[in-house]
Design a protein around this ligand. Structure first.
Ligand SMILES: C[S@@+](CC[C@H](N)C(=O)[O-])C[C@H]1O[C@@H](n2cnc3c(N)ncnc32)[C@H](O)[C@@H]1O
Length: 237
């Protein structure tokens, strides 16, 4: 499954960067997460690991609350767009760093992409120094005019791990505080999000990238209006 996730993101770097340029949603999430994490860590996050850093949407907001940010991602194509010279290609389920290397680990929209969030969180805890802080955001769904989009179209959008599974793993690993955010969205933004091949794979996992993007475009064509994309945040020590 992990190879599939990596391949899906390798095919998604352009569409992902275009979506972020149009919406700024991932940098908004990273900024909010960094604030929640810093609030529990004396205001500064020291040396931070950006786990699942992607194309770099989370870079600036995380840097504003840290001394150093090390971006790590398993997708070479996503990481190739990342502006940081410190970027590392690797798997956050088996981190290529010694114990106690970081003061903070942030998973901005990435922890639900591993089939075993508990493994990733154990690794995060291993590389954290004493008192270090770990944070994550995971999706709770798209609601247009108050209704879950995927109930309106009667089709599931499934990730390797559910947000419930991520939260349970978090609570088993660290002393956790958690809450939800709603980002304002339009139906047009929903459709652009599902034009990212790695995202369309949540709905049509067996189809090739172009075919899955076409199918999901048809599926969502009649959705209209405005609403929110809901995210659950978790921070622990
Ligand atoms: C939805 S993107 C989020 C990227 C970035 N954090 C942001 O906010 O824009 C998720 C990223 O997590 C990466 N990823 C997923 N599973 C991973 C793993 N096991 N190890 C490292 N990176 C992973 C993907 O390659 C992808 O770039």
């Amino acid at each position: 499954m992990k190879t599939t996730v990596r391949t899906n993101f390798d095919e998604s770097a352009g569409a992902y960067a275009a979506y972020e340029a149009a919406t700024g949603q991932f940098s908004t999430l990273a900024a909010r997460l960094a604030t929640e994490m810093a609030d529990r860590d004396d205001g500064s996050l020291g040396c931070l690991l950006d786990a699942g850093a992607g194309t770099g949407a989370s870079a600036t907001p995380l840097e504003s609350k840290s001394e150093t940010v090390v971006p790590l991602d398993m997708s070479r194509a996503m990481l190739a767009q990342h502006p940081s010279a410190r970027r590392v290609q690797g798997d956050f389920d088996a981190l290529p760093f010694p114990a106690g290397s970081f003061d903070a680990v942030a998973f901005t929209a990435s922890l639900f992409l591993t089939p075993s969030p508990a493994t990733a969180l154990r690794e995060a805890r291993r590389v954290l120094s004493d008192g270090g802080v770990v944070g994550a955001v995971a999706p709770e769904g798209w609601y247009i005019d108050g209704t879950d989009v995927f109930q309106q179209v009667d089709r599931e959008s499934r990730s390797p791990s559910s947000t419930t599974a991520v939260r349970e793993a978090f609570e088993e690993t660290v002393d956790t505080v958690s809450g939800t955010w709603g980002l304002e969205v339009t139906a047009e933004q929903l459709r652009q999000f599902y034009q990212i091949p790695a995202v369309a794979a949540r709905v049509y996992p067996r189809l090739a990238p172009e075919a899955r993007v076409e199918r999901v475009e048809t599926l969502l064509a009649d959705i209209d209006g405005t609403g929110e994309q809901r995210w659950r945040w978790m921070v622990g020590q």
